[in-house]
Design a protein around this ligand. Structure first.
Ligand SMILES: [Zn+2]
Ligand SMILES: [Zn+2]
Length: 327
């Protein structure tokens, strides 16, 4: 099969012929049609996070059809459309797994990071970690739900967003444009703070109640806020914008340094700051079901070369999500 391979960080991904992976016991092989591109893929390709495997095929928002099943698999049939997300597997036995906080498992393995991912014609995943997909979206439009969508969904939960509350979204890329729709569908008022007119235009089009430029303060205090951009300076900015008792959650996997904060100005009044770390299968299943029943859509730009797509994300040139067409 053909796959886009990262041989060394900071080098372009190269398309080449590699051995077809075959599913082991409990695994399925997925014939990939599309794979979403994510900021985490940039961190991997640039070596900004430690790389446990090289060469590696990145890509952790893969959509395709089950091509083969390993021994013991009963969950899917050949030909079923499935999604492959970031969480490839967990140990199942550590205290985090036992508490069902499998996103925190320190022995978790991630797709396109510890194991080869979806920038390829075929990807192998444990059947227990693959997802059935809502029929409401085609392959290229459903792909961004698998990381951007799931992380945004978990981040809204980390921010304790309750029904009818006001929510600030800081940064408006792939994840935020899905989270906005989820929050709106739940009856929240949504305020978006983002640089780039292209992002602000999309936020308005998707029904944001107020949209402002980076550095602007929403017109009223927020109950909750989620930070999507990997910019540390947004943390004190969002903490200042939430009311006393409010919560700020960061959805980022990697963030630039956070400026020094002032206890009274940024945290006093029982404001809470939280991170979001990967996601559980329950997050994925809930988001995909919610997307199917509430008509969640995605704004997608298609690429045939992942290097171009990742460059476009880095240059802030994508409105919504970038997706690699595989076949
Ligand atoms: Zn991702
Ligand atoms: Zn574990």
């Amino acid at each position: 099969m053909r796959a886009w391979v990262l041989d060394r960080p900071r080098e372009p991904l190269r398309l080449r012929e590699v051995t077809d992976p075959s599913p082991g016991p409990g695994e399925i092989a997925v014939e990939v049609s599309a794979c979403g591109l994510c900021r985490t893929d940039i961190h991997i390709c640039e070596g900004e996070i430690e790389l446990p495997k090289l060469p590696v095929v990145p890509g952790h928002q893969a959509v395709g059809r089950v091509g083969a099943r390993g021994r013991g698999v009963r969950r899917f049939r050949e030909g079923d459309r499935v999604g492959v997300a970031w969480l490839h597997g967990t140990c199942g036995t550590c205290p985090d797994c036992a508490r069902k906080d499998e996103n925190l498992c320190r022995r978790a393995r991630f797709t396109g990071y510890h194991v080869d991912g979806g920038f390829a014609e075929r990807v192998v995943v444990p059947a227990a970690f693959a997802y059935a997909l809502p029929p409401s979206l085609d392959d290229t439009h459903v792909a961004p739900l698998l990381c951007a969508g799931i992380i945004g969904y978990r981040a809204l939960r980390q921010a304790d967003v309750g029904s009818g509350e006001t929510v600030g979204l800081y940064g408006f890329g792939s994840s935020a444009h899905i989270a906005l729709q989820v929050a709106r569908a739940r009856g929240n008022r949504v305020f978006v703070v983002t640089r780039g007119e292209r992002h602000r235009e999309l936020a308005r089009r998707m029904g944001a109640d107020w949209v402002g430029d980076s550095g602007e303060r929403p017109p009223e205090p927020l109950d909750r806020a989620v930070i999507f951009a990997p910019a540390g300076e947004l943390i004190p900015q969002a903490l200042e914008a939430v009311r006393w008792g409010g919560t700020v959650a960061s959805a980022a996997i990697h963030m630039s340094p956070i400026p020094q904060m002032d206890y009274t100005k940024h945290l006093f009044g029982e404001r809470t700051l939280r991170s979001t770390t990967a996601s559980t299968r329950r997050d994925g299943e809930e988001l995909l079901a919610f997307a199917g029943t509430h008509g969640i859509t995605t704004e997608v730009t298609l690429f045939d070369d992942p290097n171009e797509g990742l460059r476009a994300i880095r240059n802030d040139a994508i409105q919504g999500s970038a997706v690699l067409r595989v076949k």
